[in-house]
Design a protein around this ligand. Sequence first.
Ligand SMILES: *Cc1c(COP(=O)(O)O)cnc(C)c1O
Length: 407
Amino acid sequence: MTDLDGLADRARELDATDPLARCRDRFVLGPETAYLDGNSLGRPLTVTADALARFAREDWGDRLIRGWDEQWVALPTELGDRLGSVLLGAAPGQTIVGDSTSVLLYKLARAAVDAAPAERDEIVLSDDDFPTDRYLLEGIAAETGRTLRWIPTDRAGGVPPEQAAAAIGPRTALVVLSHVTYRSGYLADAAPITGLAHDAGAPVLWDLCHSVGSVPVDLDGWGADLAVGCTYKYLGGGPGSPAFAYVATRHHGVLRQPIQGWFGRHDPFAMAAGYEPAAGIRQFLSGTPPVLATVPLQVGLDLYAEVGIDAVRTKSVGLTAFAVEYADALGLELASPRDPDRRGGHVTVRHPDARALVAALWERGVIPDFRAPDGVRIGLSPLSTSFAEVAAGFEVLSEVAGLRPTS
Ligand SMILES: *Cc1c(COP(=O)(O)O)cnc(C)c1O
């Protein structure tokens, strides 16, 4: 059944049997026909505005400076632990919230490269990783006299373990990879890649920006060393919300991060002479944590804790499978993995006129993302996207692009 009416019917059926369908009403739903960019900036929850207002009145307005001792000094680690248990498979004491992904990526990557012996002179990365990852590692390589070893990466796929194995060896100081790639949505096989890097004596830094909140992550189970990720994509943290970093306990006190500010000192409020790192994960903090900016994330995590990441993943696989089915029906070329086990929460299709097509879709209230040169990236945020919304988006796409069902 590949006629478009049939697909609209299927979308209604899928919504009717979706156990997470009820979650959609908890989000602020605007007038748009289809929001297909929830993997770049998630929708806010309706309770977010109240939580922010309450924070301003009570936590901040009533408690003022006392709030630091009462709750905010502990916030980066307490919220980190919560994120670790709800979404990251990380035992307490290994995760912090703060800074941005770019800054945390710099801090952890620089610390790992500095700790590597001189003969380990290569940083291994994908040539199609998210731009900030590539730029930061270019900078770190220049600062530390290391070389970048680029893994040539299939733009419609990612880095499979065999390809990682071929690039990693006795010269590797650090491996940096995205768990879900930002372009194709390829889901990396994290545990075997971590294991083969360890066999070669190298640590791995996982970028979880596009996986956290859409696919299960098991950092402790993978034997992970380091990870970073952002909270404004699937987690509803809001524009510019703080990032998170994970450092496995065995690396505490061994790695030394490069931005040694007062919040990473063992007793910031002593204001004493000389930097002495805090014990544990707090040594990776730098300055005053962005407390206000964590409020939307906290209510976002409440919803994830209630629903559970496994149910989210099931819905996510259903949504991407439906998008693939629709794209196939329209004869669009898929630039994402077909195997759901190798696919994260978004899919990309090719169109020769993708830039103009996406601009025309935005005009019509359908909001995917353009990825140069010819990608239309369709992000499917599992908690706030309905199957009917996906169908509505594709229907407008088929009109705007002048596509008809292929059979
Ligand atoms: C979104 C994203 C980032 C964003 O970094 P910022 O510092 O928040 O701008 C980094 N890496 C990946 C893989 C991303 O998808």
